[in-house]
Design a protein around this ligand. Structure first.
Ligand code: BGC
Length: 740
């Protein structure tokens, strides 16, 4: 009876403080019964055998045997009620019957896939983002998953890096807000609820700053920059209760993140007082040998555990090396105890000791397969993630009674691609994808015609389909071109040096443009691409990213105006690859260009304007928004006063719509140089046509703080520019003075 009551409490309210206390005691009791090998076993994670998300080297028979011996703490890539149940049964054959934790990359949805994460960030809608993770957690937990390897909160300024699709873009403030929303979504009412999964903040740290945007590459940056730009999202999600952290593959200033004491021990575990556990990235402990930081597996294991990496994902070194390192006195057993305690605590919090099978539930799993409510949400989220980049002569929205529309391009009838990279659980879901063709066709009047021609493949030199595409375009009143990159062209290990449309896509576009037909270009991609010619010559452009299960419907909703697009770019779009990294919050330099074309002994390229193609925060709407002059409560502030900033926003166009009002500041002079702009707030506002509203922001000295060269975090008296606007480039500015 008592146990049932406790379970009920756990599932309804998550974990309370008193329950936590008894968990501490239960962990201590368990630890006192464990042998050294059993403790180390908790620190070991292997991948399942049907599906691998890295270079797998497990022998299935050995792993199954080790599980039975209590030498495995967790498995990844084991999914589904049945499969997780059968693995869990093996763990319960071990001496102490300690259940396994099942981890999985639930990155942008699970059985219902949502826009790739960078696309989600373009919605600037924290409510939608949180809800999408709530749904993902509900679906994944019903499939027996306890733990997602998300969110990725790596700040990234380089679109050559394929993993930008998995993050929230270049800005620390936006990335922090989104990271926290994701934690809330995944962990719901708290660990222990049946529909909550443990989150994992990754990749700790600075993975997004790999030199040259090449995946797994080194990172060399000042500790000041690291603390100011790359670490705040991690700190915020740790405070928000993220259950776990994951190491990054890169070295930071010469020390692999996996054995980096500064970030793992000093910052995360000591200064931030983090109580969750840290899992290595796939094989990252063993990779320290290739880094040249450990001479063999033994040294790799020693360095990783001492630095604070608690669990070994697929390096296969903790189990073989740690027991002997302890016996030889090279690793104090307190480090093993601490790591095992952190991991066991999470297993207790998840309720696994009370019922190891509580997440492996076929009935729940069935309810979550092709769940219509989740799909409905996915459709809305997809349409709200799209960014309208250009709409000359208001070509968009299209009329549903347009007589003939031609859909041309390699992605028109794609299924899998719409899921985007990291959609590990779609399995047999391909037939449930709404293609772009079907989505558009379903909304078109029955007397109208939708033609289709592929025109070319995503990434080869085959021009044999051009002629048919041109003929198809000639028959249409409007052409919708669908170009970009295939879903496997962005993601892990998908760095690109050339960000133009791959293969002959741009050539196809130019051929179709010669027909003189009005063209709407949809760009499908996981990252900012370079498409200068199209941006200058094609009248309407929508950035669709990869939108997930409901892609076709979301796209049709925007093209036909059922949804008015409101997305804003979470990353700066470069003019060309040579301009990378280009980001809005750069420093001014000693020789800033006076205007974009200034080349006179200034910090500029002799062959390129200094501005990006599309700035951070940019995105249009079918309606128009007008900003009044901003007003401030004071332009001379003292100490802990609050600055109130107001602006009146009006919808002056002919559609209801949403606008993301953005607030930036510039600290004009500092002990260390400050960025030309820093995002400090945003609000997403819905206004009916003709409607106006006052929008208010508040700033306090807390918002002015920065890290100086000695890593002190404080603010300084001085002048600040306060900027408000529709994107990072188009802002109005007022100067204030603020003294301590
Ligand atoms: C990735 C991680 C991922 C892990 C497990 C690694 O290759 O870097 O982000 O969570 O594999 O799939």
């Amino acid at each position: 009876m008592k146990k049932r009551y406790l379970l009920l409490l756990l599932s309804v309210f998550g974990i309370s403080a008193s329950a936590q206390k008894s968990i501490d005691q239960r962990v201590s009791e368990l630890l006192s019964k464990m042998t050294l090998e059993e403790k180390v076993g908790q620190l070991v994670q292997y991948s399942g055998f049907e599906y691998a998300t890295g270079p797998q080297n497990s022998n299935s028979a050995t792993v199954l045997d080790e599980i039975k011996k209590g030498k495995v703490g967790s498995m990844l890539n084991v999914m589904g009620a049945e499969e997780t149940r059968s693995f869990q049964k093996l763990a319960l054959q071990s001496r102490l019957k300690i259940p396994l934790l099942f981890g999985q990359d639930v990155i942008h949805g699970y059985r219902t896939t949502f826009p790739v994460n960078l696309g989600q960030a373009a919605s600037w809608d924290l409510g939608l983002i949180e809800k999408s993770e709530r749904i993902a957690a509900t679906e994944a937990s019903a499939y027996g998953i306890h733990w997602t390897f998300a969110p990725m909160v790596d700040i990234a300024r380089d679109p050559r890096w394929g993993r930008v699709m998995e993050g929230s873009g270049e800005d620390t403030y936006l990335g922090t807000q989104i990271g926290v929303a994701r934690i809330k979504g995944f962990q719901g009412k708290g660990l222990g609820s049946l529909d909550a999964v443990m989150a994992c903040a990754k990749h700790f740290a600075a993975y997004g700053a790999a030199v040259g945007g090449r995946d797994y590459n080194s990172v060399d940056m000042s500790l000041r920059q690291l603390n100011e730009t790359y670490l705040p999202p991690f700190k915020a999600v740790a405070e928000a209760g993220a259950a776990t952290f994951m190491n990054s593959f890169n070295d930071i200033n010469g020390i692999p993140a996996t054995a980096n004491k500064y970030i793992l021990r000093n910052l995360l575990k000591d200064q931030w007082n983090y109580k969750g556990f840290v899992v290595s990235d796939w094989g990252s402990i063993g990779e320290m040998i290739a880094h040249g930081y450990a001479k063999d597996k033994t040294e790799a294991a020693e360095k990783a555990i001492l630095a604070g990496s608690d669990m070994d994902m697929e390096s296969h070194v903790y189990m073989t090396e740690l027991p002997k390192l302890v016996k030889e006195g090279k690793v104090d057993v307190k480090f093993i105890d601490d790591a095992a305690r952190r991991i066991l605590t999470k297993k207790f919090e998840m309720g696994l000791f009370d019922d190891p099978f509580r997440f492996s539930n076929e009935k729940r799993q069935k309810e979550q397969l092709n769940n219509q409510e989740n799909r409905k949400f996915g459709r809305e989220f997809g349409s709200k993630s799209m960014v309208l980049l250009k709409n000359q002569n208001n070509i968009l929205p299209l009329s549903k009674s347009t007589k003939t529309i031609a859909l041309i391009g390699p992605f028109g009838k794609e299924t899998t691609a719409n899921h985007g990279f990291w959609s590990v659980a779609f399995k047999d879901d391909n037939q449930r994808i709404i293609t772009q063709f079907d989505g558009i066709k379903n909304q078109l009047d029955k007397h109208s015609t939708l033609l289709y021609a592929k025109g070319c493949n995503a990434d080869d030199q085959d021009r044999s389909m051009f002629a048919e595409a041109v003929e198809t375009a000639k028959k249409a009143d409007v052409v919708i071109m669908t170009l970009g990159e295939g879903h496997a062209m962005s993601g892990e290990a998908k760095s690109r040096s050339n960000l133009h449309f791959s293969g002959v896509q741009e050539e196809l576009l130019k051929e179709i443009a010669k027909t003189g037909k009005p063209i709407v270009l949809m760009v499908n991609a996981g990252r900012p691409l370079v498409f200068d010619w199209a941006a200058d010559n094609i009248p309407a452009i929508v950035y669709t990213w990869w939108l997930g299960t409901e892609a076709g419907n979301s796209i049709a909703d925007v093209l036909f105006g059922t949804v008015n697009p409101a997305g804003k770019l979470p990353m700066t779009f470069p003019r060309t690859e040579g301009q990378i990294p280009v980001y809005y919050n750069h420093y001014n330099t000693g020789r800033p260009a006076k205007n974009p074309t200034d080349r006179n002994y200034v910090s500029a390229y002799i062959d390129l304007d200094n501005t990006p193609k599309f700035p951070f925060g940019y995105g249009l709407s079918y309606t128009q928004f007008k900003y009044s002059d901003m007003t401030l409560n004071s332009s001379d502030l003292k100490g802990n006063q609050t600055l109130n900033i107001s602006v009146n926003l009006s919808n002056t166009g002919s559609y209801d719509g949403e606008e993301v009002v953005q607030l930036y500041i510039r600290d004009l002079f500092g002990k260390v140089v400050r960025p030309v702009k820093e995002l400090k707030g945003f609000q997403k506002i819905f206004l009916k046509k003709g409607e106006s509203r006052n929008i208010n922001f508040k700033l306090t000295p807390e918002d002015l703080k920065f890290f100086d060269d000695e890593l002190n975090y404080d603010w300084e008296s001085g002048e600040f520019d306060i900027m408000i606007g529709t994107n990072s480039q188009d802002v109005q500015t007022k100067r204030i003075n603020w003294v301590k």
